[in-house]
Ligand binder design. Structure first.
Ligand code: AMP
Length: 420
């Protein structure tokens, strides 16, 4: 860990860093900032929660600090609107003692106000690929003077099918610019993209590409029709801080939200069919602690920083190992402890094996006490697990240590003020 003072950055940025409360660099910052300040391309292999936003924002601010303000000099491309907003928040916090101005552009909101704002000073643009490409085609912005490009969560952008858009966006950039790409995993197409855009990059890998060590993982073998009751059982008997529940589809997100709302939980939903305004309300309400539970599709599984998530529940098994890593990366952030519970259907055993391979350990299976498993035979019975010493009483894992801990019953009377 280094002090930011040793990094040759302006006192105006140092003061802003101090005001947000960062004392020393995180490992990714320690390694990325000096390299990026020298103008080198950077390939950052780091999971979310490592401080990578500031790792690329600080060099951008330092390099642009005396910029003339005539055109966009830095572009940060992110996969989701939520992540774009979050990056912009960091950029604004760290640039507050400079003249630099930033702006986000993304789909799902009216384009006209964006066009108006683009006519004012914008030094740093944070954009989602689709809307950015629209603006470029319509010439409501140009990137002819771009000096720095950041592709954040590049693996997610690939998963979301944005690679063709990104390839087109690259044709609007000047030949000479510095590129920084961050990804938690490195699928082949991203490797190919880096070969294309980079000029002998410095590769910076922080830790192995594995979930944070502060997360403990548990599987709940179950049948589809028991999921709702099992979820209620867990929520009613486990003391938790904030909980993120992931489902596979927008429809299932709505359904689980409705089930929990009916049972008086302080719950909110986040899925892609909601308007951008509603999505922001949900995310902000959850971040501010207005809700205890966020039920979401994988839209919330990437990059989002909510520091008090103590539990991630995979109501549906993720479809890829990367998705599992990203989902559970929402808990155990900044060295806090987190728990990841995953409902496991008989057909999920192949995926479980693949996840276990990446984790480098077997995930403990748990059965709920006093829960009607009916004639479920496909898994080891609780008794067998007990014999093999893997069965733990639920009371053993009740989490009571965090300041934010509360049992469900304590929060039942607090109904959400608005529903989605
Ligand atoms: P990120 O990986 O960029 O999403 O950052 C994860 C969290 O770490 C955010 O809440 C940041 O505010 C926080 N953070 C970033 N850099 C530092 C630092 N040097 N010291 C303490 N916290 C930090």
């Amino acid at each position: 860990m280094t002090s930011f003072n040793e990094l040759n950055i302006s006192s105006r940025i140092l003061d802003a860093i101090e005001s947000v409360g960062y004392e020393t660099t995180t490992p990714i910052q320690e390694r990325t900032i000096p390299v990026a300040l020298k103008g080198r391309d950077v390939l950052g292999l780091a999971q979310t929660g490592t401080g990578k936003t500031a790792a690329f924002t600080i060099p951008i601010l330092q390099k642009l600090i005396n910029s003339d303000g005539q055109s966009i000099k830095a572009l940060i491309i992110a996969p989701t609107r939520e992540l774009a907003d979050q990056i912009n928040e960091t950029v604004q916090q760290l640039s507050k003692y400079t003249k630099l101005k930033s702006l986000t552009v993304y789909g799902g909101v009216n384009k006209k106000p964006e066009v108006t704002r683009l006519q004012r000073r914008v030094d740093i643009l944070i954009a989602c690929p689709g809307r950015l490409l629209d603006h470029l085609k319509e010439k409501s912005l140009h990137l002819n003077d771009l000096e720095m490009l950041v592709l954040d969560e590049a693996d997610t952008m690939f998963d979301m099918g944005f690679l063709p858009d990104i390839t087109k966006i690259l044709t609007y950039l000047p030949k000479k610019h510095q590129s920084l790409l961050f990804a938690a995993t490195m699928p082949k197409p991203i490797k190919q993209l880096t070969d294309k855009i980079f000029d002998s990059p410095e590769t910076i890998q922080i830790g192995t590409i594995k979930p944070a060590q502060t997360v403990s993982h548990h599987l709940y073998p179950i049948n589809e029709k028991m999921k709702k009751d099992a979820l209620l059982k867990i929520l009613n008997s486990t003391a938790t801080g904030q909980i993120l529940i992931f489902t596979r589809t927008k429809f299932r997100t709505k359904k689980v939200f409705a089930d929990l709302d009916k049972n008086n939980f302080r719950v909110v939903a986040l899925q892609g069919n909601m308007s951008q305004n509603k999505r922001m309300q949900s995310m902000n309400g959850f971040k501010q602690g207005k809700y205890d539970i966020l039920v979401a599709t994988d839209i919330a599984s990437r990059g989002i920083d909510v520091s008090n998530v103590t539990h991630v529940i995979n109501y549906d098994m993720p479809t890829t190992v990367d998705t599992y890593i990203h989902r559970i990366g929402r808990t155990g952030r900044a060295s806090k402890e987190g728990e990841a519970y995953t409902f496991m259907l008989p057909e999920d055993s192949g995926m479980v094996k693949r996840i276990e391979k990446v984790l480098g350990e077997n995930i403990e299976k748990r059965f709920l006490e006093d829960f009607n498993y009916g004639d479920m035979k496909v898994f080891d019975s609780p008794k067998q697990l007990h014999k093999s010493n893997r069965f733990k009483k639920q009371t053993n894992y009740k989490k009571t240590s965090t300041k934010h801990s509360r049992t469900r019953n304590q929060s039942k009377n607090h109904r959400p003020s608005s529903k989605n």
